[in-house]
Design a protein around this ligand. Structure first.
Ligand code: NAD
Ligand code: 13P
Length: 346
């Protein structure tokens, strides 16, 4: 048949919610196979059971999304190659630091005509310069890759509360429309814009701003200060994106992936939460410790993204142009105290 088979590569907090959303649509839409495969990075739970087996028995990701049924048509698969083998549509959603290794393992293992989309917020920095995750996927696997980003705190979407998202695509509107079809839902309204780099950089860079907002919360500086940090952060996001890719559109920053994601992440995200704790402890506890303690296996993207952005800025001689981005990294790495976040952007 010519029904599309979808595989979700990743099964963390957002990965599990994305699988649930897609599975609900796949059941309703005749042009998709009912079954949605979800690759699970296998782990043994504290009771000795395997996570993938528990997901298939209970229909719940008990570790990363407890209490939420994924839908009976979600099948957890711990074998990466097997999970992607028959897929026409690949949805990538893992913490960004694991994608290079995953891509290496997938070379030669996927269908040639497969289409991909990345829900991953983050980037890699190489000798040659920054590499967005959708580009990594595209180049390593030789396939087209769209992105989906937005104001999307996974636990809220799991409860089917209304939100919006943005698909970024390169040239092919038909493929973008296919992704919109797969994700769009009455509680999840998706629009597509022809600006892959802009959408992906919004999703990536807002995590750095969220760390800054968390510092402000930890220092109890109040709402005006936090709003100022969000505004300055958004301005740096736009300037940085346009310096890297002159094609980036101003209007992208007004989509869900831009201003809306800044707001939700700075109010309710994990990066914000851990950065608040970091500032409360006066920088005396590391982010690695706080992440392990507060997030139970979920991963922060903002701290490593701040380092990656810093490397790009330093390499290109742009550090002074981006005081907020620069200072976030200097605070995370212990070179400046959390209070520097407001001092340096004045
Ligand atoms: P997560 O933060 O829950 O991370 C945990 C996942 O990482 C688990 O599936 C775990 O198995 C996996 N993992 C751990 N070690 C691994 C390894 N060595 N190799 C491969 N996988 C390993 O993940 P998430 O929330 O699904 O986030 C994925 C991406 O989605 C990130 O880029 C994040 O920024 C983005 N995102 C998250 C949310 C959210 O609210 N959680 C919302 C929007 C976007
Ligand atoms: P955190 O990773 O900071 O929780 O942000 C989630 C997110 O990307 C919301 O859109």
């Amino acid at each position: 048949s010519n029904k599309s088979k979808v595989t979700v590569v990743g099964s963390g907090n957002w990965g599990s919610v994305a699988a649930k959303l897609i599975a609900s649509n796949a059941l309703k839409l005749p042009s998709f196979h009912d079954e949605v495969r979800m690759w699970v990075f296998e782990e043994t739970l504290s009771n000795g059971e395997k996570l993938s087996e528990v997901i298939n028995q209970t229909n719940e990701n008990v570790k990363y999304l407890p209490g939420v049924k994924l839908g009976k048509n979600v099948v957890a698969d711990p074998d990466l190659e097997h999970a992607v083998r028959d897929a026409n549509m690949l949805v990538f959603v893992t913490p960004h630091q694991f994608m290079e290794g995953i891509c290496k393992r997938l070379v030669g293992k996927i269908k040639k005509e497969a289409e991909a989309i990345s829900l991953i917020k983050g980037m890699e920095v190489k000798m040659e310069g920054p590499c967005m995750i959708s580009t990594l996927i595209s180049e390593k696997l030789g396939i087209n890759c769209c992105v989906l980003m937005g104001a999307n705190i996974a636990n809220e979407i799991a409860e089917e509360k209304f939100s919006e998202a943005t698909v970024g695509y390169r040239g092919n509107k038909e493929i973008a429309d296919r992704w919109v079809q797969l994700f769009n839902h009455p509680y999840f309204i998706v629009s597509a814009v022809q600006d892959v780099e802009g959408v992906e950089l919004c999703g990536t860079l807002k995590n750095v701003v969220a760390i800054a907002a968390g510092f402000v919360d930890g220092l109890e500086m109040g709402n005006n200060t936090k709003a100022a940090i969000m505004r300055i952060g958004l301005r740096e996001m736009k300037a940085f994106s346009k310096l890297l890719f002159s094609s980036v559109n101003d209007s992208t920053f007004f989509e869900s992936c831009g201003v809306a994601d800044i707001i939700t992440t700075c109010l309710g995200g994990r990066n914000r939460k851990c950065a608040e704790a970091f500032a409360r402890h006066g920088g005396k506890r590391t982010f690695d410790e706080l992440e392990a303690e507060m997030l139970q296996g979920q991963k922060l993207q903002g701290v490593s993204t701040a380092k990656e952005v810093y490397e790009v800025l330093r390499h290109r001689g742009w550090l002074e142009l981006f005081p907020l981005f620069t200072t976030v990294h200097e605070i995370c790495s212990g070179r400046l105290p959390p209070s520097a976040i407001v001092e340096t952007v004045k």
